[in-house]
Design a protein around this ligand. Structure first.
Ligand SMILES: [Zn+2]
Length: 358
């Protein structure tokens, strides 16, 4: 039966436009004008994206199952104390789902690729806010609960989310309308300054994580004496922190493929490892949070600010609206004139024409 389905062929790096190139990945590229059906079929053939897709698609279902169990088992609707956990778990479903969709459909065109990854960045930013909301509810050490920093923590996290989605989207093409529109690029950051582009993206992902983790790092690494919340959960937090740093290291360094370009095209390249480490890190983070939520419940209910719409669901809705607006703004110039006229594209310097990369 499978032999009746003709799988699309794959290409080498020299056969696809530069916008599709991945650092030190030589082969296994899909057609740069794949149809949506070809993109879905590519899930079942070995390309350099196949494991990127599966390593985030399967965990989406695992996290979705966790949401369902928390909602059903802990009667989350009645007890606002569990709302931050439900929000966090939803963001844990959305970021791998957005990522697997982005990796699946990114080979439809250059425009589709940019827009797909804008959504991917927005989802990661959203996950950062989910982490901030859940940390605010269950992770802050006793002595920091109700401090000024605690009171402004979620507001700053919403602000960070907006800044970082902007920065990550900016790292691809520059500023919409000012630096690129439907068929021209004044400055294609990824091509002309690849190091800056990468640096901006690393900052956009690392900074919100580091900010969110301030109360956790203080609790597990620095705090001494009373009110430090030094409990059994800390070991799970250590696992999660170690995996988070490994995730960042893999993303930033492109190891191991940098050492042997072409040897890890299909299996074992840094992006796959980055996905796996991110998911394992999120798994340990979730376990630690569940444990903190249960063991600290009586103390937190008595001493911390109660969970309300204003410090849980409200910021999440605001973040969704603002992030979607940013993604829309960065995508708009690419969507306004989706059909590229062949004649127009064939003139002018290559690097200035977006359609030549499509
Ligand atoms: Zn990815």
């Amino acid at each position: 039966m499978l032999s009746l389905i003709k799988l699309p062929r794959v290409f080498t790096i020299n056969q696809v436009p530069k916008v599709f190139h991945e650092d030190s990945i030589i082969s296994g590229y899909r057609h740069p004008r794949s149809s949506a059906t070809d993109c879905i079929l590519s899930l079942f053939q070995m390309t350099n994206e196949t494991l990127n897709i599966w390593t985030h698609f399967l965990p989406t279902w695992y996290f979705l199952w966790k949401v369902v169990t928390v909602v059903l088992m802990q009667t989350a609707w009645q007890d606002s104390f569990t709302w931050p956990m439900v929000i966090f778990l939803l963001t844990c479903c959305i970021y791998p789902l957005a990522s697997s969709c982005a990796h699946t459909f990114s080979s439809m065109s250059a425009r589709a690729r940019h827009i797909c990854f804008f959504f991917d960045y927005g989802a990661l930013s959203f996950y950062s806010l989910g982490s901030a909301i859940v940390y605010s509810a269950y992770v802050f050490p006793d002595k920091w609960v109700n401090s000024s920093f605690h009171q402004y923590y979620i507001t700053i996290a919403v602000f960070n989310s907006v800044i970082c989605t902007n920065l990550a989207c900016y790292s691809r093409l520059g500023l919409p309308f000012l630096q690129y529109n439907h068929d021209s690029l004044k400055r294609f950051l990824e091509f002309q300054h690849p190091k800056f582009s990468k640096l901006f993206r690393v900052i956009a992902f690392a900074y919100p994580y580091l900010f969110d983790s301030i109360p956790l790092f203080y609790r597990v690494f620095l705090c001494v004496g009373e009110g430090c919340t030094d409990n059994d959960t800390n070991i799970l937090h250590y696992h999660h922190i170690a995996l988070a740093f490994l995730t960042g290291f893999l993303f930033a360094t492109h190891l191991p493929e940098r050492l042997a370009p072409g040897s890890f095209d299909y299996i074992g390249h840094s992006h796959q490892l980055f996905h796996v480490c991110a998911i394992l890190g999120t798994h340990f983070q979730m376990q630690a949070l569940e444990q903190d939520m249960v063991t600290r419940h009586p103390w937190l209910v008595e001493n911390s600010t109660p969970i309300t719409f204003g410090n849980s669901v409200g910021p999440v809705l605001l973040c969704v609206v603002l992030n979607l607006a940013i993604i829309f703004l960065y995508s708009l110039p690419l969507l306004l004139h989706p059909v590229c006229k062949e004649k127009k594209c064939s003139t002018g310097p290559k690097k200035d024409k977006l359609c030549l990369h499509s």
